[in-house]
Design a protein around this ligand. Structure first.
Ligand SMILES: [Zn+2]
Length: 345
């Protein structure tokens, strides 16, 4: 792996059309039972192959084993009734029909550990696995049992910690928690959000990351972004808390966003996964555009702590678009890596 500017993707890649309907978020599986398990593992190996072929350094599963980044994890827990659905407002932005918490939540068995072992077997490169964060899980459910977002978050944090410890034992190098809710519920982030996230990572020896973004390029998110004005300063709320936290890596959105890059200064000392690839726009960034984003970020983060990345997941793209964006990401990182190395000599 490159010691400087190792590249990684945030999460999802498009799924093959034989596994799920392409160019659609959260599309239904086309297989089931043992065929589905085999199909998702085959897709995972393809995702690894494409990342390695295009020079991605920290490899992930491309979320080939997940239909949804939150609910697939929750499907494996007891205490949640998927038949009893309620419409709730998600991230204060859009209404969705969600399952209900009807009893104590527990994890009867590991959720992704066998899939992670499959990823571990597929590459010698460092691997990263993504889990939902406690607050984002709470925000994706109707709670008829605990009736307290904070209490439910602490329950989920303990469950996530069990899963994370087993992922670590399976050979995962980086465990990432997806917390888009951190860009919305600022009081809760302060009161218990960061603390619950730290609880989820308790006792881990691997690197831990938190991904906070402005979401996939769906209409509800694009409309929300249009209301945020010329400067998106949401990270200003969570970053000072995360700087003081035990989390190692902060993943943020940048390219084509209105995030002032000087906000990165607020997490000085942490590793930063910077989004240099837009996941809402199918036009392919040039390597120079990627390099430009990275150079601007380097004013606020040390070169040995910068991880060039995507803004979010790329599941809704045509496969050729997503893969071309991977190539641009690594080509752009290579340009800046050479510059930084030359400067240091
Ligand atoms: Zn995201």
């Amino acid at each position: 792996m490159h010691t400087l500017l190792p590249t990684a993707i945030v999460g999802s890649l498009p799924k093959p059309s034989w596994l799920a309907e392409p160019e659609k978020l959260w599309s239904e599986w086309k297989l089931d039972g043992a065929d589905l398990t085999e199909g998702t593992r085959d897709a995972l190996r393809i995702a690894v192959h494409e990342q390695v072929r295009r020079g991605i350094d920290i490899v992930s599963d491309g979320e080939q084993t997940r239909q949804h980044f939150v609910t697939t994890f929750i499907e494996h827990l007891s205490g949640v009734d998927f038949e009893r659905r309620q419409t709730v407002r998600i991230r204060d932005r859009y209404d969705a029909s969600v399952p209900s918490v009807v009893g104590a939540v527990e994890r009867p068995r590991a959720v992704f550990v066998e899939d992670a072992a499959c990823l571990r077997a597929a590459t010698d490169r460092p691997i990263k696995w993504a889990l939902p964060g406690p607050m984002t899980m709470v925000d994706t459910l109707y709670d008829a049992h605990y009736k307290s977002r904070e209490r439910l978050a602490w329950e989920f944090a303990a469950i996530l910690n069990q899963e994370a410890r087993e992922l670590e034992a399976a050979g995962v190098d980086v465990i990432q928690f997806d917390e888009p809710a951190f860009n919305v519920f600022f009081d809760e982030v302060k009161d218990w959000g960061v603390a619950a996230l730290e609880r989820a990572t308790e006792g881990l020896h691997v690197e831990t990351a938190v991904h906070i973004c402005y979401g996939y390029g769906i209409a509800a998110n694009n409309e929300w972004k249009a209301t945020l004005g010329s400067q998106w300063r949401q990270y200003e709320e969570s970053f000072p808390l995360l700087q003081q936290s035990t989390i190692d890596i902060i993943s943020l959105e940048s390219h084509h966003s209105h995030v002032p890059l000087d906000l990165i200064e607020l997490v000085r000392g942490k590793k930063v996964m910077i989004g240099a690839i837009d996941v809402a726009d199918p036009s392919i960034e040039t390597p120079d555009e990627v390099a430009d984003t990275l150079r601007r970020a380097l004013h606020f983060v040390d070169a040995d702590k910068l991880i060039p990345s995507t803004n979010c997941g790329m599941a809704p793209f045509p496969r050729d678009v997503a893969l071309a964006k991977l190539s641009s990401l690594t080509a752009g990182a290579a340009i800046v890596r050479d510059e930084v190395t030359d400067r240091d000599i």
